[in-house]
Design a protein around this ligand. Structure first.
Ligand SMILES: Nc1ncnc2c1ncn2[C@@H]1O[C@H](COP(=O)(O)OP(=O)(O)OP(=O)(O)O)[C@@H](O)[C@H]1O
Ligand SMILES: CC(C)(CO)[C@@H](O)C(=O)[O-]
Ligand code: BAL
Length: 298
């Protein structure tokens, strides 16, 4: 496994690989690797000849009052995990390598940022899209792998790939969860014991929502949101960021439950903001009830 820290070295190294016409799989991350990242790497390993992993905590996607400075950085441990996953190249640049000067151009994400994390983290997806475009240019992957946990990010990246005719295939992997259902996240380390035991209700709440959708005739998206909000407030008791039921991947409000639907929530704990979602296909059943099936790949 090769560990590369500079843009120029990566460019030299990738030029050689590109000449060999090998299929390149790419997993972009911010490090502090866990089983969620591992599932992305495993799939990318199976589907490509060469596996590139990037580890870069991108300042451009953090707001002024967010956790950029405190974001966990565990490069030595990450290298061990990457090695076991069969990574060929780790690209772990410094901020000055990626941004040697203030950017003169940035991607401005126009669609789908007025909801969910786009609404609560203004500018976040401009930062994500800008760094992902840079990384795609450097790595020139055939396939790039993202997690469903960050479903809005997947929608934003797919739109960018479409809009700019980028020749990379975006593949999404289902959310890896702890045994009790909590979505694995680098930020989980910042939960206190009490918060950790309550955090499980994010996923439990999402599952209850699916039951409410199948069990309550004529339930509206707004009613489903209200019930989930109430459940989370009662069981977690932390400050809520959002609870939303939207169409996916358009991320538009729904008047009635039908088609591909995302049920998503975000909660502020003391030191970490956690997100989770479920993606389902909803169909009208009999007597005003709905049938729901999980969507495997988005
Ligand atoms: N539990 C998970 N299951 C599947 N993919 C995941 C999971 N957690 C993160 N990923 C994916 O890994 C990639 C890198 O994510 P990132 O490094 O930000 O990790 P993270 O755990 O999501 O961090 P944080 O939750 O603190 O933002 C993204 O595509 C993300 O969606
Ligand atoms: C895609 C990404 C690596 C861009 O910084 C980040 O947003 C993440 O880890 O999901
Ligand atoms: N996984 C999303 C990256 C972020 O929270 O900034």
């Amino acid at each position: 496994m090769k560990v590369i820290h500079t843009v120029s070295e990566l460019q030299r190294y990738m030029a050689d690989i590109q000449k060999q016409q090998k299929a390149i799989g790419f997993v972009p991350t911010m490090g502090a690797l866990h089983s969620g990242h591992l599932s992305l790497m495993k799939r990318a390993r199976q589907e490509n000849d060469v596996l590139v992993l990037s580890i870069f905590v991108n300042p451009l996607q953090f707001g002024p009052n967010e956790d950029y400075e405190d974001y966990p950085r565990t490069l030595d441990k990450d290298k061990d995990i990457a090695r076991t996953a069969g990574v060929d190249i780790i690209f772990s640049p410094g901020v000055r390598d990626i941004y040697p000067r203030p950017m003169r151009n940035e991607i401005n994400v126009i669609s789908g940022t007025d909801v969910l994390c786009g609404k609560s983290r203004p500018g976040h997806f401009n930062g994500v899209a800008t760094v992902v475009l840079k990384l795609f240019q450097l790595v020139q992957p055939d396939r790039a792998y993202f997690g469903q946990k960050d479903a809005q990010q997947v929608a934003v990246i797919k739109n960018m790939v479409d809009d700019f005719h980028l020749s990379v295939d975006i593949r999404t992997c289902e959310t890896a969860r702890e045994n009790d259902g909590l979505a694995v996240s680098s930020r989980n380390v910042y939960l206190s014991e009490r918060e950790r035991s309550r955090a499980v209700h994010l996923y439990k709440g999402l599952q209850h929502t699916l039951r409410w959708i199948t069990g309550q005739a004529f339930i509206t998206p707004a009613e489903a949101e209200q019930k989930l909000q109430h459940y989370l407030q009662e069981h977690i008791g932390a400050q809520m960021d959002y609870v939303q039921v939207l169409s996916f991947p358009e991320l538009k409000p729904l008047h009635q439950l039908e088609g591909s639907v995302i049920v998503a929530c975000a909660v502020f704990f003391e030191k970490a903001r956690l997100i989770d979602n479920v993606l389902v296909h909803v169909e009208k059943g009999r007597g005003g009830y709905y049938d729901v099936s999980y969507i495997d790949e988005i």
